[in-house]
Ligand binder design. Structure first.
Ligand SMILES: Cc1ncc(COP(=O)(O)O)c(C=O)c1O
Length: 438
């Protein structure tokens, strides 16, 4: 296939000049494979971008989208509605942990997060505590690209170029300590006490000023940082004690990734708000959702007259996204994909930790079907070693993801042992090459 001109598209989170000089284009997808523009089969070990949890090209989803676009392509959601959005909301809230009663639809994880932050503030205002405006994120957290998500996010390279960020934002320390936790299989044992830093922020600002804490249950984009045993439980306890809302950003961890329907289920916790996207429609149509407990919906809707929450998107509850979401939920429920993930997780853990002795590996982390192999950076060229490993894997027919000098894996939940074998062998060979060449 001849390539289209590559000049015009300003690509997201991409080194545009380098990519356009050496492009990697995908043209087809089916099951756990992509096909590249040069006709090669590429095993997808990252579920596209942490989203295609049920595998690519599921006919249940593609047919539902096709039917819906023929029946009704679009319907406005401002002072109007359409049945499918209500049906999907109902089904999604039943699939979510029991304490969740309502969902606000958006089009991405970033929008789901900005919605959650706004909902937290308006909730406190509705309850007569308008001074609760401080939003607390965590270092090395990623909460999307909106201004709210960027501000609570914990990556300087993503924040500094756009400074100044929003006021009334503070951060907890990151949970990962290489000294204490290097090479921990599953949840590291050390570090629950890092949650106590929230108490210090409460003392510093006063509990009456703090609206919400937002964390990824397992930080994904920072390179799979797994919460220490007891950390999330302690965070939830402190939030509850001080009337602070706890937001779990489940954009990656939702829909089976950790071997439970949501991370909240896996950890047995009841975050007040949960943000979802990605796996929600199996990546087939963009969609995000902000899930809340009933008291939040009731407080805001009960306090207002007219439009209680002046917030929303033209495409909130888009018919194609709802059709895709309903079909996706059907697959999750019929095939109990979270149980498949749980069944495959021990083998995934064993295999990824088998890479510990490969050249340049300085850490391996995993939980459920999320895993990361962190590499020693090449001196003076941060990110270059992982980029080289990523390219080597792609040339050998396996799509992995890299972030900084960490290689991340998040296979579709329908992966089988043989697929894991191929991924780990290919990654091992790519690392060995690095060993030989540097
Ligand atoms: C935890 C988390 N929150 C939010 C987002 C943003 O989602 P989106 O890229 O759909 O806006 C991401 C994306 O990777 C994410 O991992």
């Amino acid at each position: 296939m001849t390539l289209p001109p590559l000049d015009s598209w300003w690509m997201p989170f991409t080194a545009n000049a380098a990519f356009k000089a050496d492009p990697r284009l995908l043209t087809k997808a089916s099951g756990v494979y992509y096909e590249s523009v040069d006709g090669r089969r590429i095993l997808d070990s990252v579920s596209g971008l942490w989203c295609v949890n049920a595998g690519h090209g599921r006919p249940e989803i593609t047919e539902a989208i096709a039917r819906q676009t023929a029946e009704m392509d679009f319907a406005p959601s401002f002072q109007m509605g359409h049945p499918l959005a209500f049906e999907f909301a109902e089904r999604l809230c039943s699939f979510a942990p029991k304490h969740i009663a309502n969902v606000f639809f958006s089009n991405s994880g970033s929008e789901a997060v900005d919605t959650a932050l706004k909902v937290a503030r308006i909730y406190h205002r509705a309850r007569g505590e308008p001074e609760r405006t401080i939003l607390i994120g965590r270092e090395r957290g990623y909460h999307g690209s909106g201004f709210g998500g960027t501000a609570v996010g914990g990556f300087d390279p993503y924040r500094v170029p756009f400074a100044p960020m929003l006021p009334d934002v503070a951060h907890l320390p990151a949970t990962h300590s290489p000294e204490e936790n290097r090479f921990s299989p599953g949840q590291p044992k050390w570090g629950a006490e890092l949650a106590n830093h929230l108490e210090s922020l409460v003392s510093e600002h006063g509990e009456a000023r703090i609206a919400a804490v937002i964390v990824e249950p397992v930080a994904g984009s920072a390179g799979v940082l797994v919460p220490p045993v007891g950390y999330l439980e302690r965070l939830a306890e402190i939030c509850r004690a001080h009337g602070i809302l706890l937001i779990f950003d489940e954009v990656i961890t939702g829909f089976g990734r950790l071997g439970a329907t949501f991370a909240a289920e896996r950890f047995g916790l009841e975050p007040d708000i949960m943000t979802v996207a990605k796996g929600m429609t199996n990546g087939a149509v963009p969609m995000g959702g902000t899930l809340v407990r009933r008291e939040i919906y009731e407080a805001v809707v009960g306090a207002g007259s007219g439009v209680e929450l002046p917030h929303g998107y033209t495409y909130s509850g888009h018919p194609l996204a709802c059709a895709a979401g309903l079909a996706t939920l059907g697959i999750h429920e019929n095939e109990r994909l979270w149980e498949r993930a749980a069944a495959l997780a021990p083998s995934f853990e064993e295999r990824i930790h088998g890479l510990i002795s490969a050249p340049h590996v300085i850490d391996v982390r995993n939980l459920g079907l999320m895993g990361a192999v962190e590499l020693q950076p090449i001196e003076g060229q941060p990110g270059e070693r992982a980029a080289a490993v990523f390219r080597r894997c792609f040339d050998a027919g396996v799509l992995v993801r890299f972030t900084g000098d960490t290689i991340a894996l998040a296979p579709p939940l329908v992966f089988e042992e043989q697929h894991l074998t191929t991924v780990i062998e290919t990654l091992g060979a790519a690392l060995a090459d690095q060993g030989a060449s540097r």
